[in-house]
Design a protein. Structure first.
Lengths: 395, 136
């Protein structure tokens, strides 16, 4: 698999790149890079309107992404967005403004990414909406008793499927079931889970699911919002312009009936074509066995780091992501990241855009190692070997 | 521009090192060169803004000479402060004010750091120079 990713052949400071920042973004296989290059070299045109050959090829390429998304995730509606953040904002503006009223409540969790907190805080200020946060317990799981208490009267539940900091997979099937019993809609932030699991959106029963292409070997700048037909019918367009209209006159406009209603302006055509190839590439990966393989490596890494005196945040259960967040008792995390980079190891440090979670853990940041399917156990072993050297020389 | 003998030697020493790890190790070692500004003296006024770490600096001018105190929660950042200490501490304020951050570029240390860290160094440098100007 590694030879399919050109960047993995690169050296950093004279050492082979070991890319462990996959929760931030994944690398791209040649099929994705080649497809985007081919589009710009041979088929570049705008989509949907023109009748010439290039426009037909561009439209087919763009719409094939939507078809691939619906097929992979078993969805009837796939709105193409700029990424998870825009997809969540779309729910806030297109569904939230049209369906929430003064005094309504939305449930969030302390585990959410900022992208699933800030849009709701902004809406809450605008519409006098109550935000109820489900706490994270000491075992790094959501307090489901408090969730069940908070759900009464709530209109929407926004929950992250897998935490980008902890790798913890939340019990979304149970959350969806309880939410539905109480008449609340569910928005799933699947930015970290869509790349690591086979998710059946239709079977799961959530109303919205947001995720990004770039975390699953696709290009940056594109993502999707999957929506049920029921929720789709309740959404009103919030961004107006080209491509989303049916007719425009000086007296008013009518809108498209399909997903294009929420895709104003020239869309991300090259990115959609690249993402299609990434989705097809993922279809050929045995995700369950690959996930188990990298999770085993993450478990081993967590054990080794604990033995070296690090505090590791994560439990690494069966469905959790292969993410290892840790802290050295005294060494600054960014100092560690610089030293790791000196030997080609790319890791992430900081608050990972999840400050409420870090507040709950009473820390300000972590060093995060996040693995993907092209990582090998040998890379993880070399990380531990070099980490020991850092501790000997600098700690 | 002309640097002090000590700073010239330091620049040459850094230039001789190709390995990034060794260069970082040298910066770490220079963390001990600071006149330490204790944590209990860290205030909003001493904070270097735009630095991802907690980095604090304080300048005094005594008989036209610069006295530079600093401290950070990152040893790497404090190492950069150590380099600035070697460049300006006990120097004549008028001479110090002619210094530009180019010496750090010549050392190659800014290339070894993330953009946020190298921006942090420039912010620290600017803050120190502004404080010297204010006190003169």
């Amino acid at each position: 698999m590694r030879e399919e990713f050109p960047i993995l052949q690169r050296e950093i400071n004279g050492y082979p790149l070991v890319y462990f920042d996959n929760a931030a973004t994944t690398q791209k296989p040649s099929v994705v890079i080649d497809a985007m290059n081919d589009y710009y070299s041979n088929s570049n045109a705008n989509v949907h309107r023109a009748v010439h050959t290039l426009a037909g090829e561009a439209t087919e390429g763009y719409e094939s992404c939507r078809r691939e998304l619906k097929s992979r995730f078993n969805a009837t509606r796939a709105i193409i967005t700029s990424g998870t953040t825009e997809a969540i904002n779309l729910v806030a503006h297109a569904w939230g403004r049209a369906n929430l009223v003064d005094g309504d409540a939305i449930i969030l969790t302390e585990m959410e990414h900022h992208s699933d907190i800030v849009p709701w805080q902004m809406l809450a200020q605008e519409m006098n909406i109550e935000l109820r946060y489900v706490p994270v317990q000491k075992d790094l799981t959501l307090d489901m008793e408090l969730f069940e208490a908070a759900i009464k009267g709530a209109k929407l539940v926004c929950v992250v499927h897998i935490s980008n900091v902890l790798g913890v997979c939340n019990p979304v099937e149970r959350i969806v079931k309880i939410s539905k019993q109480n008449g609340a809609k569910v928005l799933l932030d699947a930015a970290q889970s869509a790349p690591h699991q086979d998710i059946d959106f239709g079977e799961l029963g959530a109303d919205f699911m947001a995720f990004s292409a770039h975390k699953m070997c696709g290009p940056t700048g594109i993502g999707a919002l999957l929506v049920t037909d029921d929720a789709f019918s309740e959404m009103q367009p919030f961004m107006g312009g080209g491509d989303m209209i049916e007719t425009v006159s000086i007296h008013g406009s009518t809108y498209q009936k399909n997903e294009q209603k929420f895709e104003a302006g020239t869309p991300r055509i090259a990115e959609a074509i690249g993402w299609t190839e990434a989705l097809k590439w993922l279809n050929d990966v045995d995700i369950k066995s690959e996930h188990k393989r990298i999770l085993d490596s993450a478990r081993w890494l967590a054990k080794e780091l604990r033995e070296l005196g690090m505090t590791v945040y994560g439990r690494h259960d069966e469905n959790d992501a292969a993410v290892v967040s840790f802290l050295h008792p005294t060494m600054n995390s960014e100092d560690l990241a610089h030293l790791l980079d000196a030997r080609g190891f790319a890791v992430r440090t900081g608050h990972h855009c999840a400050q409420p979670l870090l507040d709950r853990l009473e820390i300000t940041g972590t060093v995060r190692v996040s693995l993907y399917f092209y990582n090998t156990h040998d890379e993880v072993v070399s990380f531990v070997d070099y980490f020991k050297e850092i501790l000997e020389r600098f700690a | 521009m002309t640097y002090s003998e000590e700073l010239t030697e330091l620049i040459e020493e850094f230039q001789e090192i190709d390995d990034k790890m060794e260069r970082l190790e040298m910066v770490f070692d220079l963390a001990d060169e600071v006149n330490l500004l204790p944590i209990d003296q860290w205030t909003d006024a001493t904070r270097v803004n735009g630095c991802q770490s907690e980095a604090h600096v304080k300048v005094e001018i005594i008989d036209s000479n610069v006295r530079f105190y600093s401290g950070a929660d990152s040893k790497l950042v404090q190492g950069l402060m150590g380099i600035l200490t070697m460049a300006i501490d006990n120097g004549d304020a008028n001479v110090v004010l002619t210094l530009t951050p180019d010496f750090a570029t010549e050392m190659g240390i800014l290339n070894s750091l993330s953009p946020s860290r190298s921006n942090g160094f420039r912010n620290m440098f600017d803050k120190v120079m502004n404080e010297i100007k204010t006190q003169m």
